[in-house]
Design a protein around this ligand. Structure first.
Ligand SMILES: [Zn+2]
Length: 176
């Protein structure tokens, strides 16, 4: 992806000024440019060190979402929780995020997150603090790196139509 290469080079070139600006701030910009979510691997291959990461997290210019994933502190709460569980918002959770459904939708349960996982992936074994207390319904999907907060609304509607959340099945049965 050519634009990615350009971004990486720009980050490396900017390193000379990092000490003046504060390294944490620069990592925050990098994470922000990636939709507010970046992996440990992304950040390290863009030229920062583990110490830089610790420094930025310590200053809260980025936040740890779960093991190996970092986010911008201003991410919407639902997005943070979804990534703390394992990935972008999916299904009814994504539709609420986009304003296409409201919280009174019968498929929505405030204690349940619908989260997308890339095909053949396994749900992570450890979740971040923002996902604790939630149940998760997993939806397998082709994930698009340019859409980090939630799956495409069209994909989310398809997921909702086939959702295996037991509560949803009940809703469908009641409707006949
Ligand atoms: Zn679902």
């Amino acid at each position: 992806m050519p634009t990615y290469t350009v971004q990486v080079r720009a980050s490396r070139l900017a390193r000379g000024t990092l000490d003046v600006m504060g390294k944490g701030g620069r990592i925050a910009d990098y994470v922000g440019d990636r939709g507010g979510i970046a992996s440990y691997g992304d950040i390290i291959s863009a030229g920062w060190t583990e110490d830089d990461l610790r420094f930025a997290s310590g200053r809260r210019s980025i936040v740890a979402l779960r093991r190996g994933w970092y986010g911008s502190p201003d991410l919407p709460a639902a997005v943070r929780s979804a990534w703390a569980a394992g990935g972008p918002l999916a299904c009814i959770s994504a539709l609420i995020h986009f304003g296409e459904a409201d919280e009174r939708h019968p498929a929505h349960d405030p204690a349940v997150l619908h989260v997308a996982l890339t095909r053949h992936a396994k749900p992570p074994r450890t979740v971040g603090r923002d996902a604790q207390g939630f149940s998760v319904v997993w939806h397998y999907a082709e994930l698009d790196d340019r859409r980090r907060h939630a799956v495409d609304p069209m994909v989310a509607r398809q997921q909702l139509a086939h959702c295996r959340d037991p509560m949803l099945r009940e809703v469908r049965n009641q409707r006949g």
